[in-house]
Design a protein around this ligand. Structure first.
Ligand code: NAD
Ligand code: GLY
Length: 381
């Protein structure tokens, strides 16, 4: 973990991917600079902003004004909010709209929204005219610390989450932390699960810092007095940029970013991708289960497991199956969903397990019978 920030100047993190390298600019009020940043990067390009209805209501006018101030012509594609837009139908709609708006090679797609919009618009950008450049303007905490960086784009299949997609890196990420001021508290908290994930998977010092400073991260600073939120976002982006630059296509280390996701995706699917369990909440529950499962296997001390789960619970995230409202799935359903997950190879399950706080590792040989026994214990608890 690098030292906490001292000034309110934007932080710039580079994702070092050779000819596809790009910057992530992080800071309060950066949306106003979007047009100038794009003009410098792609002089003469026009842009299509893809966003959802809620984000459009809060932030589309400011984004369009920033482009107009730099004399960039723009059009807009607005989809309904939520996971249901991350679908074949949503993909078709965005692709057709980009073509209708005559967005050509050399122009830009701008994803203005949370992870749903980033994944959907990024995938449409990857496909339309065999590849358009795109810019991420993440508007949720989850998107600012995770989904806007790294080039994973795609939509869901009826068989599971993120099963159709492409690696397509953005050419720029502009994370304006002021946009989070309009984010509902529950959405902010869900995004915080991905912040904690960066500490839990590989940065014990950052996790300790979060334990001491999470309230300031949640409060956010409207002045430069508290830069805790910006610091947390910058640490996550640096961590992710490092992993992505070493393992862009997830042949190894990048899988660590899936900590909590195998259990989490199963519960998210079982809850019907609904607001019974938001994606970040599912990741929090999944991480708590990954720590409990690792402790059950004797890989880490119960004290470390309690510490990890205790922090997630302290911020108000779900850490136990009983925290999910509504009917509970049974072990059969969960095992079917886990088996459909893309991390299954030759009947063995791949899980991200932990040896301690900040010590996650990839285990490719997990026995499904052991997972089932663990889930049955958790379901009956
Ligand atoms: P989301 O995009 O659905 O946004 C959550 C809600 O907040 C939506 O209703 C949206 O309209 C609203 N919203 C967004 N910004 C707002 C703002 N500034 N003010 C007010 N409301 C706002 O959800 P999310 O949690 O950002 O993203 C979840 C998605 O991200 C999932 O589909 C997940 O699979 C994906 N994801 C992708 C990656 C990746 O690497 N590509 C990583 C993690 C998660
Ligand atoms: N959020 C997982 C990844 O980007 O690899």
């Amino acid at each position: 973990m690098t030292a906490p920030l001292r000034t309110g100047d934007p932080v710039v993190v580079n994702v070092a991917l050779g000819t596809r390298a790009y910057d992530i600019a992080i800071g309060r009020g950066l949306l106003a600079s979007l047009g100038e940043r794009i003009k410098t990067l792609r002089p003469g390009a026009k842009a299509a902003i893809v966003t959802d209805e809620t984000v459009a209501r809060h932030h589309l006018a400011a984004a369009e004004a920033a482009l107009a101030a730099a004399a960039i012509e723009s059009s807009r594609v607005i989809v309904p909010e939520g996971e249901t837009s991350k679908s074949f139908a949503g993909f078709e709609r965005v692709c057709e709209a980009l073509i209708a708006a005559r967005i050509e090679r050399g122009d830009l797609v701008i994803a203005l929204g949370g992870g749903v919009i980033g994944d959907l618009a990024g995938f449409a950008a990857a496909a339309v005219r065999r590849g358009l450049d795109f810019v991420q303007v993440p508007t949720t905490l989850l998107a600012q610390v995770d989904s806007s960086v790294g080039g994973k784009t795609g939509v869901n299949s009826s068989h599971g989450k993120n099963l159709i997609g492409a690696f397509h890196q953005p050419v720029l990420v502009v994370a304006d932390t002021a946009l989070l001021d309009t984010l509902p508290a529950r959405q902010f908290r869900a995004g915080y699960a991905e912040v904690a994930k960066f500490g839990l998977l590989g940065d014990a010092a950052f996790f300790s810092w979060l334990e001491a400073n999470w309230q300031e991260v949640f409060a956010g600073g409207k002045s430069s007095e508290s830069l805790a939120r910006e610091h947390a976002i910058a640490v996550c982006c640096r961590g992710k940029a490092g992993i992505v630059s070493r393992d862009e296509r997830e042949t190894g280390e990048r899988a660590l970013l899936n900590l909590g996701h195998t259990f989490g995706h199963a519960f998210e699917a079982a809850a019907g991708f609904s607001d019974r369990l938001l994606h970040g909440e599912a990741v929090a529950l999944g991480m708590a289960l990954a720590f409990a499962f690792s402790a059950r296997k004797g890989l880490l001390s119960p004290a470390d497991a309690e510490r990890a789960v205790g922090h997630l619970a302290a911020v108000g995230l779900p850490t136990h199956i009983k925290d999910i409202k509504g009917p509970r799935p049974d072990a059969d359903r969960l095992m079917n969903l886990i088996a459909q997950d893309k991390k299954v190879k030759r009947g063995k399950l791949t899980f991200i397990l932990v040896r301690g706080i900040g010590q996650a590792f990839i285990e490719n040989n997990v026995d499904p019978a052991e997972v089932r026994a663990f889930l049955e214990e958790q379901l009956s608890g």
